[in-house]
Design a protein around this ligand. Structure first.
Ligand code: ZN
Ligand code: ZN
Length: 388
């Protein structure tokens, strides 16, 4: 480490003896959503932090900015009146748990995001490796806000918290080889930093330790989606694997929510071209119409049949739950719902909670045969489940 200022050196010596009363988070979350950063600005939004650079300490205070640039296998840290330090890593630790900082990628247009807990930055193969070390409660509140939104009642957010905590423990070693537990993208669970939404924080507190398991006390995969369109989907229709707790149910709660319906208009020629590319040979208009009163697995026109999941993916449709109508020279896809449709329907769950259903009832409605139990009583945890 190079120190190019005597005042900084003095600070190092002085602060090595500073109080050890710091927070140590439990989880390490890789902040991949910063998009391969080469240059970061970290701002201390509130409170005081101890910045550890290769084993030496500096105090940073509210409103201080820290610039971190990748410099080959090292990082270049600029702080405290343009002092520059070349180091292997930097760790920023708050003195109290409600202090927070923000991070911005200087080379992209991305948002500035705010975080509780610690920040760890070092150089990685092609960019900076950025890790937020954060306690479970703060992490889960952030995930619930990112995945379930700001608005809703307590039982809705408790339900989402249980799904997020179950996922966390089921996949806690997913990025072990990368140096952290989970990433902040939808590859794991979306996490955009801190949540200060009171009802979300209460939901996390009230469900502390609780996860969802099968009857034999094993953590289970509990997917969710925005809106099921009135009927959830069985897992085998999406992931080709039947799962006892992921069977389709009729959902009367989400019909009037934001994502209940959608429409896509295509020219008939475009639709036929698409189908022909996948084996359709009839070229007759009268067999193209298709109806889904309840969810089907395949689109069919005459003897032609093609998986709805593939059509959804290829045409970037909101769901597979759509009917096909012919109007003039156009094909109208009339769709219901948004998302894969398996497991919990978020907009339905939100309405259930508003109508007075409890978390346990909401979970029991969308998942079959699960139990809520304490993470300490779960069998076979900490395993990576690669079933999906
Ligand atoms: Zn991930
Ligand atoms: Zn629904």
């Amino acid at each position: 480490m190079l120190i190019r200022n005597k005042k900084v050196l003095f600070l190092f010596l002085f602060l090595t003896a500073v109080s050890n009363n710091l927070l140590f988070g439990d989880l390490r979350i890789g902040l991949l959503s910063l998009d391969n950063p080469l240059s970061l600005t970290v701002n201390i939004c509130e409170g005081r932090y101890r910045m550890m650079i290769d084993g030496h300490y500096i105090i940073v205070n509210q409103d201080d900015n820290i610039l971190i640039n990748r410099a080959g296998s090292k990082i270049l840290i600029t702080t405290l009146g343009n002092n520059t330090i070349l180091a292997d890593s930097v760790i920023l630790e708050p003195y109290e748990d409600d202090f927070f900082f923000s991070i911005r990628n200087n080379l992209t247009e991305g948002d500035q995001k705010e975080y509780y807990g610690k920040l760890i930055v070092k150089s990685d193969i092609q960019s900076l490796l950025v890790i937020n070390e954060v306690n479970e409660d703060c992490y889960l509140a952030g995930v619930v806000q990112a995945e379930a939104g700001f608005k809703g009642s307590i039982e809705y957010f408790k339900t989402q918290t249980l799904l997020a905590r179950t996922y966390l423990y089921m996949y806690i070693n997913r990025h072990r080889e990368d140096g952290y537990n989970l990433c902040d993208r939808t590859h794991c669970q979306a996490y955009h930093g801190k949540s200060q939404v009171k009802v979300i924080r209460e939901a996390v507190n009230e469900t502390r330790g609780q996860v969802l398991t099968s009857q034999d006390s094993i953590l289970v995969f509990t997917p969710f989606h925005s809106n099921c369109g009135g009927q959830t989907q069985s897992s085998e229709n999406v992931w080709l694997r039947r799962t006892a707790h992921l069977l389709g149910v009729t959902d009367p709660y989400c019909a009037y929510s934001r994502n209940a319906r959608w429409m896509r208009k295509l020219r008939i020629s475009e639709w036929i071209l698409y189908l022909t590319e996948h084996g359709y040979t009839h070229h007759k208009y009268d067999d193209l119409a298709f109806e889904q009163l309840s969810r089907k697995q395949n689109y069919s026109a005459g003897s032609f049949s093609y998986p709805l999941t593939r059509i959804r993916e290829d045409l970037k449709l909101k769901s597979t739950f759509f009917s096909v109508k012919l109007v003039d020279n156009n094909v109208i896809l009339e769709g219901r719902g948004y998302g894969h449709g398996v497991g919990l329907c978020q907009e339905g769950a939100k309405v259930m909670a508003q109508r007075g259903f409890k978390m346990k009832e909401i979970i029991g409605f969308y998942f079959q045969g699960l139990q809520i139990m304490d993470i300490n009583d779960v069998r076979q945890t900490m395993e990576i489940n690669s079933a999906f």
